[in-house]
Design a protein around this ligand. Structure first.
Ligand code: GDP
Ligand code: IMO
Ligand code: MG
Length: 430
């Protein structure tokens, strides 16, 4: 019996999870998503090609590996169909190696409408949602109203769909939302609904499975399974910067509920962090930089959302948040991405602790959103050289290695590898 390894983000998302999963996939038999949905944007680059995945696991370019969309994931059929089409255009036929849990919930067009209606109603408390319908679809799951992938095969599916849609329409009207003016990807709700219904046929071309049995059988057969996280620790519904979070458990515990594996079946937990920090959407971000350095991180790091195109907020790496992430997730090894973005920096800073109301602390306070959290920074000399062409961890500049050593010391977790470009080939294992 093998254990399931986990790979997840330790910051506010976009740490480079997709890239690292793609790099690690040759060592696994199955890659499984366990939570989130099309709010995710996971970028892969190889052979001069760039590809962004939203719902489909990042092992999909390895055609001999099974990719599973677990029960904890949300599927939006139109976005799913578009992803399949994009893969087909690149010569990837996913029908043989992509399995879908019958228990995964569906995002309806009106979930997307409710996402927009809720955000509008929040005024200046907007989350900055990706507007893919995540919050409303998970709300219906928890409220026991949701529709699941397996339901698409039942004869009363349409009836149940219409009931749920009606409920959403009433909710939107209560919020004073202008339904007639609402557009999804430029389409009216009716038009989008037609596309959505058609897209179900694409979804039905894939193998629907009782994924909890499938995964546990894989583990019993000594197959190697990798669970791919979406979003990240600090966006977790319970432990993130609530209410500025997503609506799922993005943490290791989410693997158990999102795939149906026991806690004792969890193996390695690989945590991904950028060498700096970014966040898209609203919410606290103590190390955020509003100066030229922040702009440089954004421009040099191409920090624009893979799903929404929004510029990402940028700042220094935040060790209190990282230590918190290592604690909650039981991280056994770190992957550090994007130090190359800071190649030209004279100095690189690290937030070691916080100062809150005159007190120094290492903890993420309950009042994170409401009090002023000042980062206590330590500066490191920049390495000021290109990392291009470096093909071994040992060959990294000494100043960069000191910076990485400090991350290890501060978190107490060893670094397994460093990524130094968007390309698949540039991951240096230690
Ligand atoms: P994910 O959501 O965690 O999979 O990350 P995203 O794909 O949203 O964002 C990460 C971005 O950084 C993508 O554009 C990647 O191509 C890019 N990237 C990943 N690793 C590196 C790296 O080591 N260096 C640089 N410069 N870019 C990287
Ligand atoms: P990946 O997997 C970065 C953010 C949104 C918003 C909040 C809630 O690519 O790292 P939601 O649409 O879930 O209701 O949005 O969470 N968010 C992400 N930020 N990367 C992501 O995914 C994200 N998914 C959601 O910007 O602030
Ligand atoms: Mg992303």
């Amino acid at each position: 019996m093998t254990k399931i390894d986990v790979l997840l983000g330790l910051q506010w998302g976009d740490e480079g999870k997709g890239k690292i999963v793609d790099v690690l996939t040759p060592g696994y038999d199955v890659v499984a998503r366990f939570q989130g949905g099309p709010n995710a944007g996971h970028t892969l680059e190889f052979n001069g090609m760039k590809h962004v995945l939203h719902i489909i696991p990042s092992g999909i370019f390895h055609k001999e590996k099974v990719n599973l969309i677990g029960n904890g994931v949300l599927i939006e059929p139109c976005i799913f169909r578009q992803e399949i089409r994009d893969l087909e255009a690149k010569g990837v036929d996913a029908t043989q190696n992509l399995y879908v849990s019958k228990k995964a919930h569906l995002i309806l067009p009106t979930h997307r409408m409710m996402d927009a209606a809720n955000e509008q109603a929040k005024g200046n408390m907007k989350i900055g949602s990706t507007l893919k319908g995540i919050g409303p679809a998970y709300t219906d799951k928890i409220a026991r109203n949701g529709l699941r992938v397996g339901d698409t095969l039942s004869t009363d599916f349409r009836e149940r769909y219409l009931l749920l849609k009606e409920m959403h329409v009433r909710q939107a009207q209560t919020l004073g939302f202008d339904l007639a003016a609402f557009r999804i990807d430029g389409m009216s709700l009716d038009e989008y609904e037609r596309q959505w219904m058609e897209s179900l046929e694409t979804l039905k071309r894939f193998r629907f499975v009782n994924s909890e049995y499938f995964i546990n059988q894989c583990l019993r057969d000594d197959k190697k399974v990798l669970a791919e996280g979406a979003q990240a620790m600090m966006l977790d519904i319970d432990f993130g910067t609530y209410p500025f979070v997503t609506s799922s458990n993005t943490i290791t515990a989410g693997v158990c509920t999102g795939l149906g594996v026991a806690p004792s079946a969890i193996g390695k937990v690989m945590g991904i962090t950028k060498a700096y920090c970014t966040r898209v959407g609203a919410g606290p971000f103590p190390t955020e930089l509003f100066d030229e350095t922040g702009r440089q991180l954004c421009e040099l790091g191409h920090e624009y959302g893979a799903t929404t195109g929004r510029p990402r907020r940028c700042g220094w790496i935040d060790l209190p948040a990282l230590r918190y992430a290592c604690m909650i997730n039981g991280v056994t090894e770190l992957y550090v991405t994007k130090p190359d973005v800071m190649n030209d920096f004279e100095k690189v800073c690290m937030c070691i602790s916080y100062e809150i109301e005159g007190q120094q602390t290492d903890e993420i306070p309950f009042e994170y959103n409401t009090v002023e959290v000042k980062p206590c920074l330590t500066a490191y000399e920049g390495w000021q050289q290109s990392l291009a062409g470096i093909d071994a961890y040992e060959a990294l500049p000494a100043k960069l290695k000191s910076y990485l050593d400090a991350i290890e010391q501060q978190t107490g977790v060893r670094i397994a590898a460093v990524s130094i470009s968007p390309d698949r080939k540039d991951v240096l294992f230690k």
